[in-house]
Design a protein around this ligand. Sequence first.
Ligand SMILES: CCCCCCCC(=O)SCCNC(=O)CCNC(=O)[C@H](O)C(C)(C)COP(=O)(O)OP(=O)(O)OC[C@H]1O[C@@H](n2cnc3c(N)ncnc32)[C@H](O)[C@@H]1OP(=O)(O)O
Length: 246
Amino acid sequence: MDGCLHCVFTWQKACSIFHTQGWKHLRRSFSTEKVIHKDHSLPNPSWSKDLRLLFDQFMKKCEDGSWKHLPSSECKVPQRIHSFKTYFLDSKPVKEDQLSQARPFTRSYEVGQGFEYAMFYNEDEKRTVCLFQGGPYLEGPPGFLHGGALATMIDTTLGVCTISCMGLFMTANLNINFKSPIPLCSVVVISSQLDKVEGRKVFVSCNVRSVDEKTLHSDATDPVLVILYPYRMTFLHLILLFSLQR
Ligand SMILES: CCCCCCCC(=O)SCCNC(=O)CCNC(=O)[C@H](O)C(C)(C)COP(=O)(O)OP(=O)(O)OC[C@H]1O[C@@H](n2cnc3c(N)ncnc32)[C@H](O)[C@@H]1OP(=O)(O)O
């Protein structure tokens, strides 16, 4: 449950609302908001054989508890954005109707056209693996994946690794070496791990390899992720959150 993205967002939201508005608002916000859950990280018809095979292999690794599959969730909760924005006082206000359209960037394409991926987390090793298939709308050079699309997935994988290990963060710095182009619609494995923590700074590294591991497509060696709220979700936090949602 630690890595469940919906829970992470819920926890982030809880922290933000609690700090800015107190318990009453926290309870009210959970009881009135409409939340739509849909797990986008499960196989769908657009997934290639490679992606399905890798997914099955990792699901098998989950059986002994060493790895966890991290479900995605489409969580249309404008409040979480509002509360997050309260920490960035100089940011411009966004209109309500625009906020209601908000969704995670990587989940904003039609099935199979953009970012198809599933993530797995190993708590003992502080590692996150993302199985990623970049769809036809992510073309950069003809026939190949756009570097920005790969950077997005690297940032997301590093982010999920950081959230799972440490808590809410903002990416402060991300250095990527693009070493070998990725054919469009092929599958790559993005592996990230937490290297060290210095105060509020978390250092996470990452590499992107082909399915057969022979080709190193990219690496990100020294990205820095600055944590804003050093919270970590525990079982007790989850119990508290679920009781508030009733
Ligand atoms: C699950 C979901 C996954 C999604 C992943 C999506 C991730 C994202 O896209 S995040 C969006 C992109 N990032 C941003 O917009 C961040 C914009 N930047 C900021 O808001 C701020 O600069 C922020 C929060 C990063 C740091 O500000 P602030 O909290 O004031 O920290 P600050 O005091 O300046 O620095 C703290 C430490 O970090 C270091 N630091 C700050 N910026 C950098 C940097 N770019 N490079 C290296 N070190 C840095 C500082 O030197 C300082 O180090 P030390 O403690 O040793 O003195």
